[in-house]
Design a protein around this ligand. Sequence first.
Ligand code: PLP
Length: 380
Amino acid sequence: MIYVDNAATTALKPEVLDKMMPYLTSKYGNPSSIYTLGREAKEAIENARQQIADSIGAKKDEIFFTGSGSEADNWAIKGVAQSGKGRHIITSAIEHHAVLHCFEYLKRNGFEVTYLGVDSYGLVNPDDLKAAITDDTSLISIMTANNEIGTIQPVSQLGAIAKEHKIPFHTDAVQAFGHMPLDVDDINADLLSISAHKLGGPKGVGALYIRKGTRISQYMHGGAQENNKRASTENVAGIVGFGYAAVLAQKKMAENIEKMQSLRDDFIKQVYNSIPNCRLNGHPTKRLPGNVNFSFDFIEGESLLLMLDLKGIAASSGSACTSGSLDPSHVLLAIGLPHETAHGSLRVSFSEDNTAEQADTIIKELIPIVQRLREMSPLT
Ligand SMILES: *Cc1c(COP(=O)(O)O)cnc(C)c1O
């Protein structure tokens, strides 16, 4: 099998599993307990907290572990909006549903929402953000990099605008974390969401960075975990794995970026050279190192995926969360694709474990599949 859906999730790295194993077996103590077994678990969590903090230029007590990236987004957005005074909040049209659906929820509950549009590459224009801000704006949330088309936003600039107006700035960095350098001060982020399973860590653990002094409500009521802000007995093994995955990603970042960019750019060139009537979605250079997203005219993305699957290739038509529904991607519509074209899209997301041979195999299988689907298509 060739797995190129690393934007949906990644394989757990064996070294990460090794670090987790003791906490799934012998070191099973509750981190809130005061005897040795408990204190060991607590220390492991605090060690991971430091590792995560170091990987984004944060302080240790600004990292709060959550059950996922989605949870970090929910906490950041609802927690800040509902504890602020203003009733106006700003986001972009191409956010992950974990962000968009929070804004829709808040809108139903009396907030006024501005959805910033994007250009044909998927970029938010900082001038549009400036123009959207009012005296009543209490939160701005713009993702660091898009999960479908890979476009990297000018988050430092957007964050600086928010800072100038003293408005809390949240960025969903789930797709970017571990794949490009991130620094909360460079970004001017007050809140930043990340998740372990997008960088070789386990599923079911994420984190929210909260800058000291940011007003945010408690997320879960119960115990005193996560500095009294998020009750729940911690997912100790998951947190340990998350911390170590972050360390590994930091250590190999430059090397991995170079490798994946070269896989990506070769793949893009090959598609352009061998398949007519296609277009690359997203920005040609301001994009995640492993992300490729193409639209092929006259074909249907789901059929393309099923035929690739028959050849042992696991890819995606965009976001994992929208597959299963037949609505075209909101991201592809926002960058201006017509409905028919948005339906015929393919996302290939590489990890550092993919090889040039695998990329070649995908191209070799893709060419006749696209041709066959076009011959069958009533649109051609
Ligand atoms: C995967 C993803 C999420 C959700 O993270 P989970 O840990 O799967 O809940 C949120 N935002 C973006 C951009 C993502 O890619």
